[in-house]
Design a protein around this ligand. Structure first.
Ligand code: FEO
Length: 391
């Protein structure tokens, strides 16, 4: 047990008691290049309250931080905002100490999910509009279904003007300093956008509904479930969420490809150059060298997408198939796309890519580009002209 792990005071009698996962690099397929944190908060009031727990392997870190200010056996209330195990899987361990604690969870989906995973741990289900007094403070519960699981909810403390937001407004970002103003804002905002793109993109409507239900709240801090706590840039992150949830895109192009012997790569270079000549900034991603999570973050707010793959065994490259499967699941909106690729014989890949782009809801603005063997200068010029003529 590491006795140097302490609670971090956020305000008198309110502490961050979470865990920092510096080494996390893959969060169920989301490449987390800057690690993450599992944030939990402790309120010392008449009823000692813990908001969320952490991922089970970090339970000792949580318990150690709690024990630095209060005996965990004294916890009266645990709010479980979300069943996903990165926030709930340490619950059974905390309950071994806090034997009498009631666990607040959403009705019906939080209750169902926690019971299925951990059995009966003494749950109190709550619904929209429910609140409890923990002494000098009140906790109001606001369900945020499908943001991003059916059970998700947030908690607002009106006396402190604190919103405990769980996944919403979070970032997969490991830091030693807990607040937004103690870290680089551009890095935080990039990771917040990446988090939104990779976790919340399919749920824009629900995000807009949640923003509207939270819109009237006076917030002094947003205490997230991952990454930093917002206190200086609350308007900025709320504005970002409104913009991201709207599905609006910028005049920008993303080119994603794999290549076997360089021909599809030449096509990708040509397409990138053509967009730039048209005055549209373009980003060029070789799928072999850039994590999918970073690529979809860029696609999320870019109007144009070109996806290229050579043909292998009558199929597209498995790397591109995997990428398109991931992208389709995120239900991207308002994009204009086309497919390209080279081939030796057969040449099915661009057609298969085009079908997947359509299935992902994209508007096809250019017929698939299929080039046998190696593109000629005339073919490259023709491709350039087609892109220059795009409306
Ligand atoms: Fe951070 Fe949906 O769990």
């Amino acid at each position: 047990m590491n006795n140097s792990l302490k609670a971090v005071e956020i305000r008198k009698d309110i502490y961050w008691v979470g865990a920092v996962d510096w080494s996390m690099r893959n969060f169920h397929g989301y490449e987390t290049s800057r690690g993450t944190s599992y944030n939990a908060y402790l309120i010392l009031d008449k009823k000692i309250t813990l908001i969320d727990t952490v991922k089970a392997p970090f339970k000792d870190e949580l318990l150690r931080r709690i024990a630095s200010v209060v005996n965990p056996a004294k916890i009266d209330v645990i709010v479980s905002s979300h069943v996903e195990p990165d926030h709930s899987s340490a619950l059974p361990f905390v309950k071994e100490y806090a034997r009498n604690a009631e666990i607040i969870t959403s009705q019906p989906n939080g209750l169902k999910g926690l019971t299925a995973r951990y059995g009966n741990l003494n749950y109190t289900p709550v619904k929209a509009g429910d609140s409890i007094s923990i002494g000098s403070r009140t906790l109001n519960f606001v369900p945020t279904p499908m943001l991003h699981w059916p059970d998700s909810m947030v908690t607002y403390c009106p006396e402190e003007k604190f919103l405990f937001s769980n996944d919403a407004f979070g970032q997969h970002l490991a830091t030693s300093m807990r607040f937004d103003d103690e870290n680089d804002l551009n890095t935080i905002l990039f990771e917040a956008k990446k988090y939104y793109a990779n976790i919340l993109m399919p749920f824009g409507k629900q995000a807009l509904a949640a923003l509207s239900s939270l819109g009237g709240l006076d917030m002094k801090m947003i205490l997230t479930g991952h990454g930093i706590i917002w206190r200086e840039n609350i308007e900025t992150i709320l504005d970002c969420y409104s913009e991201w949830a709207s599905g609006d895109v910028e005049e920008r192009a993303v080119i994603v490809f794999d290549s076997m012997w360089g021909s599809t790569e030449i096509l990708a270079q040509t397409i990138t150059e053509a967009f730039a000549r048209k005055g549209i900034p373009a980003a060029y991603y070789d799928i072999k060298t850039t994590p999918m999570s970073d690529i979809v973050t860029d696609i999320f707010t870019s109007k144009y997408l070109a996806v290229g793959s050579p043909t292998i065994n009558n199929q597209m490259m498995p790397t591109i198939a995997s990428f398109l499967c991931y992208l389709k699941g995120l239900r991207p909106q308002n994009h204009k796309a086309f497919a390209f690729g080279s081939y030796g014989w057969g040449g099915q890949s661009p057609g298969l890519v085009e079908e997947e782009l359509k299935a992902a809801g994209m508007e096809i603005i250019l017929d698939k580009i299929r080039i046998a063997n190696v593109p000629t200068s005339a073919q490259l010029e023709e491709i350039t002209n087609k892109i220059l003529e795009l409306q």
